[in-house]
Design a protein around this ligand. Structure first.
Ligand code: SAH
Length: 216
């Protein structure tokens, strides 16, 4: 197999993705560098690899999707807010792509997934990529991960029906949480914790798979 040819194509298509992210308004160079560093095509089925860098979400089986590049970059840009991230929690590992991008910009990443085969595959993929600052957990993420809290950032990759007050308690002071909220109509929310309490900001409309309870 001529892998160098594939490599060339993905370098070029990756650069095109970064240009598009800039056009779409992503400004954080650290986030753009992280998006460039992670080979997104390795996180989708081979049959879909040629579309991996398009600005679309793609199926990863079990009725789940890998989020489109723009929303991954946007959420991490908001989470970072220009700062170095310490320990971050992601709820909804899926294929592991967003966790891999987070691992480029955070000291430590914890990621939780409730679907066993997705968890297994993501864990294997992330191990093969030697991303040693990611811990993947097979668990319902609705209650967060109290034993690893507090977090500098929490990011949710599935839409919660409401703002989940229990989860935000796992933010440290100065921490930020970015999550989609809603059922039919969803919006991205930013929650910031300071010494006095929490501040909520509603951002743009989004479309995510629902947050579900329990493990399967
Ligand atoms: N960040 C992922 C996107 C995955 S889609 C990526 O880069 O591919 C959302 C994921 O959230 C799905 O895999 C779904 O199974 C998972 N999910 C939904 N509810 C969950 C819960 N309560 N706990 C953990 N994971 C959950």
């Amino acid at each position: 197999m001529n892998t160098s040819g594939i490599g060339m194509t993905s370098q070029r298509t990756k650069l095109r993705m970064i240009d598009r992210l800039r056009e779409q308004g992503i400004k954080d160079e650290t986030v753009l560098a992280a998006m460039f560093a992670v080979p997104r095509h390795l996180f989708v089925d081979e049959a879909l690899a040629s579309r991996a860098y398009d600005d679309v979400s793609l199926p990863i089986n079990f009725n789940q999707t890998i989020s489109q590049p723009y929303i991954v970059a946007r959420m991490i840009e908001i989470l970072r807010n220009g700062r170095q991230l310490g320990r971050v929690l992601e709820i909804g590992t899926g294929c592991g792509y967003q966790a891999a991008v987070l691992a480029q910009v955070a000291a430590e990443v914890y990621s939780m997934e409730r679907i066993a085969p997705l968890y297994e595959r993501a864990k294997k993929q992330l191990r093969e990529m030697k991303l040693r600052n990611i811990t993947v957990r097979y668990a319902d993420g609705c209650a967060g991960l109290p034993e690893a809290a507090p977090f500098d950032g929490i990011i949710m990759a599935a839409a919660a029906p409401a703002l989940l007050p229990a989860l935000r308690e796992q933010l440290q002071v100065g921490g930020r949480m970015v999550l989609p909220v809603g059922m039919q109509e969803q919006f991205l929310y930013l929650i910031e914790r300071d010494a006095k309490g929490f501040r909520e900001t509603r951002l743009e409309p989004v479309k995510f798979v629902p947050l579900l309870m329990g493990k399967v």
